[in-house]
Design a protein around this ligand. Structure first.
Ligand code: IMP
Ligand code: MG
Length: 177
């Protein structure tokens, strides 16, 4: 049997909301250049869609991090697997994340990146699960608040699968294939 998946946020709603976020960001930065830093791999789909909808000079960079801990809980100590290619100093940095859950990863990462003296630093997340928060992190731009369910699709994975689904889904039943 295959995993049973149901749709939580359909593609048209996702794209409409990312459209709004792009417009909001374009207004907020008032013509200034913006440097998007995507957190691999989950943020990639959101980052591409968002970047297309920002009408400002945009540059892109990526980081890959993991948080020590077991499979279900991050510890909050972040290991950097891939750092940004370019310096953040003096730039309007917008961190782009797929989902904020406990907030452990992001609160640690924000501290590290703030020390690199960006001109400004903000956080955009496609999804937020505020009911799971352990460390205080507030995104400046949030796509959707979601309930405490494990979600997949549009970049988010379950054991590296399902990142390519064009919607946000939930696994209702895990199959045996
Ligand atoms: P945090 O440190 O607990 O906030 O962990 C956030 C990271 O855990 C995210 O960047 C995701 O990679 C992963 N994550 C948290 N919740 C989910 C989920 O529902 N589906 C897929 N990945 C998740
Ligand atoms: Mg992530």
């Amino acid at each position: 049997m295959k995993d049973k998946i149901s749709i939580m946020i359909p593609e048209d709603k996702l794209m409409a909301r990312i459209d709004e976020l792009g417009k909001q960001i374009t207004e907020d930065y008032k013509g200034e250049p913006i440097h998007l830093v995507g957190i691999l791999k989950g943020s990639v789909f959101f980052m591409c869609a968002l970047a297309e909808r920002i009408d400002l000079p945009v540059t892109l960079d990526f980081m890959q991090v993991s948080s020590y801990g077991d499979q279900t809980q991050s510890s909050g100590v972040v290991r950097i697997h891939k750092d940004t290619d370019e310096s953040l100093e003096g730039k309007n940095v917008l961190i782009v994340e797929d989902i904020i859950d406990s907030g452990r990863t992001m609160s640690y990462l924000l501290k590290i990146l703030e020390a690199r003296k960006p001109k400004s630093m903000k956080l955009a997340t496609l999804l937020d699960k505020p009911s799971r928060r352990v460390c205080e992190v507030t995104a400046d731009y949030t796509g959707f608040e979601v309930e405490d369910k494990f979600v997949i699709g549009f970049g988010l994975d379950f054991a590296q699968k399902y990142r390519n689904l064009p919607f946000i889904g939930v696994i209702d039943e895990i199959g045996d294939e």
